[in-house]
Design a protein around this ligand. Structure first.
Ligand code: ATP
Length: 335
């Protein structure tokens, strides 16, 4: 429930997500990022040019897609949304670029996963507005260049280090999205509650804000689960803090927003390795989890709340993490 990736049921909804902010004003938090982008958008509108290519990076569910759609809206252009796995063949890239209209925006999620051929097709398109195509086969094949209109590529990634350096260099603007603070999350929760006609107390939204791992996608998901719970168990129309606590306890989301995977992760380090340091692959094998998931999904939040350090010798949990683990899972601790 507190995984930041899209759930299957949400995947269908994500394109027509009614909770997605549509403008810079609607987009809560990330003030520095918003400031930088608002200036660039205003300047490119003034010049009548396409916005520079933009790379957004940060953990999943923080609003990279949302920000790309906001930018398109603010620029008054269409956004084409796709992701690297859908651009595996050269013809996928050609299909995407061949009909592009001037100043339009292309959003490519998980851009670090683009294969080399697709990346090489994108380089001249991004830099010189040129599509280099190979026409014909064998000895009669030749290169043809097609000019394309100026456009903006917005690439999103959870793993900026995995991006090839020629690709990284072609982005004029690079911005990071951070986990949201409690106040911003509270505002996101209040905004979403209003949009789905849910009345929620101040205290209840504060409690929800603490339990959604600094991530708007999780905040929106928890609101829906709390609404379900309230519809069945609560007599009042207003969501109060007891309903939030009961609903989230039922889903085993603890007071800091940690779920079973986080607790197993900390438990393994505490119980079997005296808190660390332990290598990522060892932890992944011990938990039966994929190391990339641990690295990009589980660990960033644990580091953010001061529960984990990544050191050159491996992962180490902090005393705060041990204390929290002891309090929330007293039966699982050795001592
Ligand atoms: P991924 O990398 O997994 O695709 P993402 O970073 O692109 O994730 P989004 O899909 O943009 O995340 O956002 C997830 C959800 O959170 C959206 O449904 C959106 O409604 C909400 N959301 C994101 N950012 C904000 C924000 N700043 N204010 C309000 N709601 C937000």
């Amino acid at each position: 429930l507190v995984g930041p990736s899209l759930l299957k049921e949400e995947l269908k909804l994500s394109q027509q997500d009614s909770l997605r902010p549509k403008s810079f004003d609607d987009f809560v938090g990330q003030s520095e990022l918003k400031k930088v982008l608002e200036i660039s958008v205003k300047a490119s509108l003034k010049r009548g040019e396409a916005l520079d290519h933009l790379m957004l990076y940060g953990p999943p569910g923080l609003g990279k897609t949302t920000m790309a759609l906001v930018i398109a809206e603010e620029l008054g252009v269409k956004a084409r949304v796709t992701s690297a796995p859908a651009l595996e063949r050269p013809r996928d890239i050609v299909g995407l670029l061949i009909n592009i209209q001037p100043r339009e925006l292309i959003f490519v999620d998980e851009i670090h996963r683009l294969n080399r051929i697709s990346q090489e097709l994108l380089y001249p398109a991004m830099e010189d507005r040129r599509l280099d195509l190979t026409v014909g086969k064998g000895t009669s094949s030749r290169m043809r260049s097609i000019e394309i209109p100026p456009f903006t590529l917005v690439g999103a990634t959870t793993k900026p280090a995995a991006l090839s350096s020629p690709m990284r260099d072609r982005f004029g603007i690079t911005q990071r999205l951070d986990f949201y603070n409690y106040l911003d999350l509270e505002n996101i929760i209040k905004r979403s509650a209003k949009l789905i006609n849910l009345v929620i107390s101040e205290e209840a939204s504060q409690q929800l804000a603490k339990r959604c791992r600094g991530t708007p996608r999780i905040a929106n998901r928890l609101i829906r689960r709390v609404r379900d719970y309230a519809e069945v168990y609560s007599h009042s129309k207003k969501i109060d803090v007891e309903v939030v606590n009961d609903a989230l306890d039922l889903h085993r989301v603890d007071q800091r927003g940690l779920d079973a995977t986080d607790r197993s992760y900390i438990g393994l380090l505490v119980n079997q390795y005296q808190g660390g340091p332990v290598g990522l692959e060892t932890l992944a094998a011990g938990l039966g989890e994929d190391s990339t998931t641990l690295e990009t999904v589980v660990e960033p939040y644990l580091m953010q709340i001061g529960f984990l350090h990544r050191t050159s010798r491996g992962r180490v949990v902090t005393p705060a993490a041990k204390k929290h683990y002891l309090l929330t899972s007293p039966n699982n601790i050795d001592k």
